[in-house]
Ligand binder design. Structure first.
Ligand code: AMP
Length: 412
């Protein structure tokens, strides 16, 4: 199957070729032709499957060449649960529409509202927004939805998890009833079905076979260790294997900040991304991680959904998440699209409940492998060791702009 057979116009075909996409992914094959017919869609797809392009490309095509937005008007609205995801989707819209006459903008909280109000004055074809800021802008009369043709709810399950249901329902009330609505979700739970029922009209249900394929392709490892030796073991693994780009998940914001300090103390460049950090600090951390000046990005779950770094080679679960779905979302940051990845989980005795829940959710038991020298105190003899096998997974043998350790930065 080629992009050419999906009904996309020449400008977009040129764009996907320039992006280096050789063939459409399964969700793109299913969704693009349906979205182009202006039908509503309910798609069950994980991040990492190419779902952003599966709605962005056809939307751009539907909007291009017809009427232009009036002042403060929006023609297509994409709602995302997190700021990071909003920024990434907006970047995709911008990049995919580079050969088309499409105006796009992104708005989210945590930054000044005035520049966003000015940006909307000229009207936009595609607006990417988080729910709270969108409502603020509407209340300040900076937005008008009379010209709205398309609504996309991205990561709808996450939106419900984060308690945005009331905001979504409020936003829905503000929009014209006659519109095309696309809903994307990693799961198709009872709650999502009920949300879809109220928002979609005769939707085409797209559930790509093997939606968890990306997860299946990821090599998953579990290393038992004493809780208080986790940082030491992480530093050992980073140094021993010369890891240069690893996303590390912690359960708490405080835990993330402490770990960054410990890594920096060990001369490893690191930064954190979590809800207590300013938008600017989060953007700087993510940019540093992408351009290679920061080797280790420590994140909490709230930040995990939005992070898309091409071919991220390795993810470490420093703490196991409480919610098994978060495990799937976390490890989904590695092995994106067609590249394979490695997901390593540290496990201390106090995390047995979380581990059981994860094993149930993913449908198999992890093999417990001890890193030599880090056997948990009560299990020293019981398990096999696993030391030398992480040497060569790096995706980036040529360091770009590699910075030296930058010492302790203030966390804001
Ligand atoms: P998403 O699921 O939208 O977060 O996309 C995951 C990653 O896959 C992004 O880095 C995209 O640039 C990339 N991608 C999207 N479509 C394709 C494709 N057809 N071939 C290769 N990579 C793709």
């Amino acid at each position: 199957m080629s992009f050419g057979s999906l009904g996309l116009c020449d400008e977009l075909l040129k764009t996907v070729t320039e992006q280096g996409y050789a063939a459409p992914s399964p969700i793109q094959i299913e969704a693009i032709p349906v979205v182009l017919t202006q039908r509503d869609v309910m798609a069950v797809a994980n991040t990492g499957t190419g779902k952003t392009a599966s709605f962005t490309l056809p939307i751009i095509q539907l909007l291009a060449g017809s009427r232009t937005p009036h002042s403060q008007h929006v023609r297509a609205l994409v709602i995302t649960p997190t700021r990071e995801l909003a920024a990434q989707v907006a970047q995709s819209v911008q990049s995919y529409s580079r050969h088309m006459n499409i105006r796009s903008a992104v708005v989210f909280g945590g930054v000044r509202i005035e520049p966003q109000i000015s940006q909307l004055k000229g009207g936009v074809d595609v607006l990417v927004a988080t729910p709270g800021r969108l409502i603020d802008l509407y209340n300040q009369q900076a937005l008008n939805f009379d010209q709205l043709e398309i609504l996309v709810l991205d990561e709808a399950d996450r939106m419900l998890d984060l308690g945005f249901i009331d905001d979504i329902r409020r936003i829905q009330m503000l929009l014209p009833a006659k519109r095309q609505t696309l809903m994307f979700s990693a799961t198709f739970s009872k709650e999502i079905k009920s949300l879809a029922k109220g928002m979609l009209h005769d939707p085409c249900l797209i559930e790509v076979a093997g939606a968890n394929k990306a997860v299946d392709a990821i090599k998953q490892k579990l290393h038992p260790v004493d809780k208080e030796r986790k940082s030491e073991m992480l530093i050992h693994l980073i140094k021993k294997n010369n890891w240069r780009q690893v996303l590390v998940f912690c359960r708490t914001k405080r835990g993330a900040d402490i770990l960054v300090s410990q890594l920096e103390h060990a001369s490893i460049t690191a930064d954190s991304i979590h809800a207590n950090r300013t938008q600017r600090a989060r953007t700087l951390a993510l940019d540093g991680f992408k351009n290679g000046s920061i080797a280790i990005l420590v994140a909490t779950d709230i930040a995990s959904r939005g992070i898309d770094v091409a071919q991220l080679p390795c993810v470490v679960n420093f703490d196991l998440p409480y919610v098994p779905e978060d495990y799937v979302h976390r490890i989904g940051r590695t092995g994106r699209a067609s590249s394979s990845g490695l997901a390593i989980s540290f496990f201390s005795e106090d995390e047995s409940k979380q581990l059981q829940a994860i094993e149930r959710a993913i449908g198999h038991k992890f093999e417990r492998k001890i890193i030599s020298g880090f056997a948990p105190s009560e299990k020293k003899q019981a398990l096999s060791t696993d030391d030398d096998e992480y040497g060569n997974f790096e995706a980036d043998p040529e360091p770009r702009n590699r910075g030296k350790s930058q010492g302790r930065r203030g966390r804001k």
